[in-house]
Design a protein around this ligand. Structure first.
Ligand code: ADP
Ligand code: MG
Length: 475
């Protein structure tokens, strides 16, 4: 039997496999391809420069032992770094590694920007007799339930999502609306539901689309005189997932067409899944009839994860990436990055990149440096209490007066300003702002915001108030 690059590498792998954790093996060794053997030199292809550096840094001893066993003391290893065109080599910090590269062969098709196949829109798919048109789901398989860590902050949304995935269209969660602030996992959960459905019901037509893309397609269809095709296309779908529906606000044409599509799907027992950055009561410039549809099913909120969940999310990610990190460092990150899972991941990715490129260890001081950068870059969020204090001070009132029921004009104005700033500078919902500023309802807060907007445009004195208070609140 002749020795080839493959046979040598295979032997090496079986040795390596026995000596490291399975997850690390999968991450760092499965993607490698043996490509050439000349004498004692084995050439292996790795997916990126980063990958090569990581191997050199962490697994070189193991690799050496494995190779020497196969090729003798003079064994040599040569890396062939496959340059991917979307990862420019002079800007290595943008390499999203390892998460997006975890399974390079499979994920390539997924991470590449997928252009929605417009031809399908023009296809005459309503030809009688032709039942199924193949529609690409546009789902990202990495966003699944397994990789979505459960915690108190997301339990409702997660279990509702699972229930929907088990019985699409067959639960009372139709539509399922998942809402919450940025980076809390709305898109992840939306994909996870779709991925799970595709897994359980491969014949179902699932489509994930952002509301911006949906809007663009609709506009194009109007321009191209294919509005009916557009509608028919969407009416064929079994599970329609629309991400970030808040972007439909103010777009009446798109809302109208979505209303018809929604009704058709709902009446036919098809599942609709929506995400939004706000609860339905807080959505502005969305038609009432559409809002009332949104409330038919279940609205589940994603909240910011608590400390334990943040630790689990970090550990989960490290595990998946086959990276080990001291517990005290993981805890430090979880303690300091609180508001947003995307940032949590961002810190990890920076850490792994830094450690690898500069050949540094994961140290607490490196962690502090990176965490600091992230925390500084995110705006400090002021509290509603603080806003009320500043506004009251400015008008020489006390907070109790600001919150009181009095209708005196200057106090009403101060109250409205407090509501306006609370809306602008915190992530609180209209309802929660109202309840904290003198127990008003969300409509009062909405009205206050509109009044302040109007007055700032028409009243110079009022504009001054807004500018002054803005300064006080931001410095
Ligand atoms: P949103 O759409 O709400 O802005 P995303 O779904 O894009 O947020 O989530 C941001 C990042 O955080 C994604 O990489 C996602 O995988 C990750 N993430 C969010 N929540 C979780 C969770 N509970 N477990 C694991 N990863 C999470
Ligand atoms: Mg999103």
């Amino acid at each position: 039997m002749s020795i080839t690059a493959s046979s040598v590498w295979e032997e090496c792998l079986s040795f390596i496999k026995d000596n490291i954790k399975q997850q690390a093996y999968k991450t760092w060794f499965e993607p490698i391809k043996p490509i050439k053997l000349s004498g004692e030199a084995l050439t292996i292809q790795v997916p990126s420069k980063f990958f090569y550096e990581w191997l050199e840094e962490h697994y070189i001893k193991l690799l050496r032992v494995a190779l020497v066993k196969q090729l003798g003391d003079d064994a040599k290893l040569i890396y062939d770094v496959r340059m991917e065109n979307n990862y420019s080599s002079n800007n290595p910090h943008t390499v999203k590694f390892p998460s997006s590269n975890r399974n390079p062969i499979k994920s390539q098709g997924v991470t590449a920007p997928i252009d929605f196949n417009k031809r399908e829109l023009k296809n005459p798919f309503i030809i009688p007799g032709i039942q199924k048109v193949k529609i690409e789901s546009q789902l990202n398989p990495n966003y699944n339930f397994k990789s979505f860590v459960e915690g108190d902050s997301n339990r409702l949304a997660r279990s509702a999502g699972m229930a929907v995935a088990n019985k699409p269209g067959g639960t009372s969660f139709n539509p399922l609306l998942v809402y919450g602030g940025v980076g809390l996992g709305k898109t992840h959960i939306a994909h996870a539901i779709g991925v799970e459905i595709k897994d359980k019901y491969p014949d179902k037509t699932v489509l994930y689309i952002s509301s911006e893309k949906f809007t663009q397609q609709y506009i194009d269809s109007v321009k191209g005189n294919t509005r009916n095709d557009f509608i028919h296309f969407y009416q064929m779908i079994d599970v329609l997932i629309i991400d970030d529906v808040q972007f439909l606000s103010g777009k009446t044409g798109t809302q109208d067409v979505f209303f018809h599509i929604f009704n058709h799907l709902h009446q036919n027992g098809k599942q609709v899944i929506l995400t939004s950055d706000k609860a339905p009561v807080d959505m502005q410039d969305i038609e009432q009839r559409l809002l009332s549809r949104f409330k038919w099913g279940l609205s589940a909120e994603l909240q910011a994860p608590d400390y334990e969940t943040r630790v689990s999310i970090l550990e989960n990610k490290l595990f998946r990436d086959g990276v080990e990190m001291p517990t005290e460092i993981v805890e430090y990150i979880a303690k300091n990055i609180k508001s947003n899972v995307r940032e949590l991941e961002g810190v990890l990715i920076s850490m792994i990149a830094q450690a690898s490129f500069n050949r540094k260890e994961f140290t607490l001081s490196l962690t502090k440096q990176i965490v600091d950068k992230f925390v500084k870059n995110t705006k400090r969020e002021v509290s509603i209490d603080y806003i009320q204090k500043i506004v009251s001070n400015y008008f020489e009132l006390d907070v109790a007066t600001l919150q009181s029921k009095t209708r005196k004009r200057h106090i009403v104005q101060a109250r409205q300003l407090a509501m306006y700033f609370a809306k602008r500078m915190t992530k609180a919902s209209l309802a929660s702002i109202g309840s904290q500023i003198g127990k008003r309802d969300h409509a009062t807060v909405l009205h206050a915001c509109k009044t302040v907007d109007n007055l700032t445009e028409t009243d110079k004195q009022f504009r001054r108030y807004v500018d002054d208070i803005t300064k006080k609140l931001t410095f």
